[in-house]
Design a protein around this ligand. Sequence first.
Ligand SMILES: Cc1cc2nc3c(=O)[nH]c(=O)nc-3n(C[C@H](O)[C@H](O)[C@H](O)COP(=O)(O)O)c2cc1C
Length: 312
Amino acid sequence: VKRVLVVGYSQTGQLDRVLDAVSQPLNALEDVELVRAAIVPLKPYPFPWSLMTFFDQFPEAVALQPTEIAPLPVSGRFDLVILGYQPWFLSPSIPTTSFLKSPQARSLLQDTPLITLVGCRNMWGQAHLDMAQLLAPLGAKWIDNVVLQDQGGAIETFITTPRWLLSGQKDACCGLSAAGIADQEIARSARFGRAIGQALQTQPLPLSASILQGLGAVKAQASLLQSEKIGKRSFRLWGRLLRALGPQGAWARKPVLVLYIVFLVLMIVTVVPISMALRRLLAPFNHAALTQLETDFEQPSGSDSRREKEFL
Ligand SMILES: Cc1cc2nc3c(=O)[nH]c(=O)nc-3n(C[C@H](O)[C@H](O)[C@H](O)COP(=O)(O)O)c2cc1C
């Protein structure tokens, strides 16, 4: 029997639905033992978020500072671990970081093949770099990465995602699509489970290389990757200042946090469109470099989707 651990944190249940879809084909296999475990923060995060509590997470998220979580009720070794996570402020969510910094993560992941599965709005590149940094000391064998993104364009989700997170309203409204990952996209992610099942049954274990290539696992966008790099620098700088003022929730942080929210909104409506327009103008001149940037971030699973039909 091959043992597969599916682990992750999901606040609204969206990522859980993705993990369910991927797990289902594996559940049906007799020679696979599927173990599901949720990362549970001891102090739950509020949903919907208040604006201040939402932004108060970024200094710790970006600094990869853990919070307290319950130990996972699992033990033993696994042939494969599937870790679902979502970015929070261009970094892995705090519950995810907390798990990866726990002693239990080391014993579960050491020398174990690992697939990461991201469910996010559209900015996951910087969190992916953090993930590499968090996984390196654990000795996991990171063989694949899947990214599912919210439906609608960047401008649309700039409205629909915050509306969802800050008010709890997810429905389509005012000519905009519903917030979050499209239902059809979640259903289609079962293809990854089928491919994983096939690999576990036909390939020599331990798995040592990507098994999800050709399945359209991840599509990177250079313009977003470039914006993320700038955004992360600003989060780091302001985050350091905010952390120096006190822990999350401290009164001393509040005025600076308000100032930062105003600064961020001004940046997003002025600098971001100007720099995106400039980059678009320059894009034809550094096309090769931008394509390379996308290809790099799409490793190890790639954006190619030629094998998709086989597993749908
Ligand atoms: C505090 C916070 C920060 C977020 N930051 C990002 C981000 O930087 N990039 C992104 O694409 N999505 C971001 N999101 C959206 C999440 O990645 C995710 O899509 C959403 O929270 C639903 O996930 P769930 O499975 O936990 O319900 C953020 C969400 C929260 C709550």
